[in-house]
Ligand binder design. Sequence first.
Ligand code: PMV
Length: 376
Amino acid sequence: MKLFSRNSFIFDTNTTHLNTAQFISESSLEKIEKASFTWQTPSNIALIKYWGKSNPQIPKNASISFTLNNCHTKTTIDFLKKEKSMEAEFKLFFEGKEKAEFKPKIAEFFKRIQQYCPYVLEYDMTIHSENSFPHSSGIASSASGLSAIAMCLISLEAALNPGLTQEFINKKASFLARLGSGSASRSIEGPLVVWGAHPEIEGSSDLFGVPFPYKVHPNFNNYKDAILLVDKGEKQVSSTIGHNLMIDHAYAENRFKQANENLSQMADILQSGDLKAFVSLVESEALTLHAMMLTSIPYFILMKPNTLEVIQKVWQYRQENNSNLCFTLDAGANVHLLYPESEEAPVNHFIENTLSPFCEKKQYIYDHVGAGAKQV
Ligand code: PMV
């Protein structure tokens, strides 16, 4: 049970939010022999980070992210009716090639969701997937990848059971995506999604992401994210291992409490438009995430020398230009630069001239906040 108190208000998140029965699909009304759905779903970048979970994919604290636009996965699933089997049967193609090495993760995902989507046992599935960003760019594709599969599944469910509301469809898609990869729950909608029960975010839940429910200040409209590809190699430590190292971590409980408090602050900032406060909080969250890695046992470092070079340059640029440019980090060495649309021209100039030499092959990706999943 997680208890928060803020302004002497105590909130028990468990009892109110863990109703999973609502996601078990009804037996199908329609008979469908063959169907095919294609969805494009984006990656997201967390402003308040999720790091630490309990089973099954329940976050230890609430998080919030900007949904991205250009970094996305496009996935088609072809469904062909068959006799019901004991486990999901599927073929998986990534960028046109059959990928046996990606199958175990997806097989595990189908196992986790089959109680909520029994129809996955009744269809042969052929999955074709491709990313808009370069493969092995060090950009995690699990959020966009799993959310795209979840959208294809929920499309079949909506066809089998006409009448599902859009609200339920989005909630269940996020619920399913979460069971594949926690942060994928935040890739169904946009522009800002909260995942994890939090007393000050109405409708928030540990089971699925919800759009930030309050009016966001126009300073954050079309916010920019430039992703600097500092290191395109594979991470040495997977996020699954990283999350597990939060169990028994010396600072874990304080971190979870701090993240929930930071989300309260972020909710205020998003409404007031206070960009200076945004910059401080976003950077503090990024460094705290990495501080958890530095202080876990065993400890590890995902930043590279050029990650720190970029951070120093960003700080210098901000001071010299009274800018609101800031950085954040995922569980990797690449740097996400966040900045308001009003600063787009000078910041892009700074990236191209000063920061690109710190990127592998001078590569970076311009992205911005987006609206979430799109059917293709
Ligand atoms: O969704 P996962 O299990 O890959 O975890 C992602 C965690 C971070 O990207 C580091 C933070 C976040 O909230 O997205």
